[in-house]
Design a protein around this ligand. Structure first.
Ligand code: ASP
Length: 309
């Protein structure tokens, strides 16, 4: 409507009236499929179940077209580098790339060479942003305000991108974050905004939530064994007696039941593990929608939208 003020409807044309109504309808119902026609590539150079599936479900729910790229059956086994692959993805018509890689920094490299949006689905020991976001979402659903809540993250912190990303998000919201595990797995962690101790009891004492991490056999340092880990660091009901009475147990998965945590705790009433998996979808929907809104559609995607309309 071309006029600055609205004083009367008398004199407004059908076209002008329609324009207001159409705009209202659009604003009342935000676009249900912000990824319509968008080509979302899922490049997972490392195994994943929850993360890959929930990104796929999230992209499809938003109307996107998903394509999973398996490095094992792509030219990456012939020596094509991540950079080559990523450059070609843009040329083929992708505007969104979800990448999981065993090397820290891989997602940032991909973002440098890919014209569209890159979402890090976990890079080496570095970061796992969507996991931290869904953990934050899960905890805030339970506690509301996280200010002053004590969260203990326990296990192989040094090699865990989940732990590192969680430290940033939780501390940003005022949580009192503690990192605990064998001393060798806490090396260098004092530069993060968290308290660090190899004394599990101290970390768990009064905690509102305890987050477990997967213990990987290949990461066991010399002189360390599953048995010694279990003895000192396994999360059990008895150990949780030191935590707040209603303390929650979290874990990004996959869990080694009987190693980092007992089956009783992992599947018991304190466990938020399935809630975390459930929340992965809306969080990844939000991240994908935001990413797509920040990059233009490729010509191929625009063509697809036209053919779908
Ligand atoms: N699934 C999580 C990750 O990809 C945790 C793990 O693998 O232990 O980092």
């Amino acid at each position: 409507v071309n006029s600055r003020s609205l004083i009367d409807v008398e004199g407004m044309s059908a076209g002008q009236l329609d324009q207001v109504l159409a705009q209202a309808a659009q604003l009342a119902e935000p676009d249900p499929s912000p990824l319509r026609g968008r080509h979302v590539a899922l490049l997972f150079a490392e195994p994943s179940t929850r993360t890959r599936l929930s990104f796929e479900v999230a992209a499809r729910r938003l109307g996107g077209e998903t394509y999973v790229l398996d490095p094992q059956s792509s030219s990456m086994v012939k020596g094509e580098t991540l950079v080559d692959t990523v450059r070609n993805l843009g040329a083929i018509g992708f505007s969104v790339l979800v990448v999981r890689h065993h090397r820290a920094g891989a997602a940032a490299v991909a973002a440098r060479y890919f014209g569209g949006a890159v979402i890090n689905a976990g890079d080496g020991w570095h970061a796992h942003p969507t996991q931290a976001l869904l953990d934050l979402f899960t905890l805030r659903q339970r506690f509301g305000d996280l200010n002053g809540r004590k969260v203990a993250i326990v296990g192989d912190v040094l090699h865990s991108r989940v732990a590192k990303s969680n430290v940033w998000t939780l501390s940003t919201f005022g949580a009192d974050v503690w990192l605990s595990g064998p001393a060798g797995w806490l090396r260098g962690m004092d530069r993060y905004p968290a308290r660090v101790t190899d004394d599990l009891d101290q970390a768990i004492d009064g905690a509102d939530a305890v987050m477990g991490l997967r213990v990987q056999k290949e990461r066991m340092a010399r002189g360390m064994s599953f048995d010694s880990y279990i003895e000192r660091y396994q999360i059990t009901e008895a150990r949780l007696a030191r935590s707040a009475p209603e303390a929650y147990y979290m874990h990004p998965g996959p869990i080694n039941e009987g190693v980092e945590v007992t089956r009783e705790v992992a599947r018991g009433p304190r466990s938020l593990v399935l809630e975390q998996a459930h929340n992965g979808v809306p969080i990844r929907m939000a991240v994908l929608a935001n990413a797509a809104s920040n990059v233009p559609a490729t010509p191929q995607e625009r063509e697809l939208v036209r053919s779908l309309s």
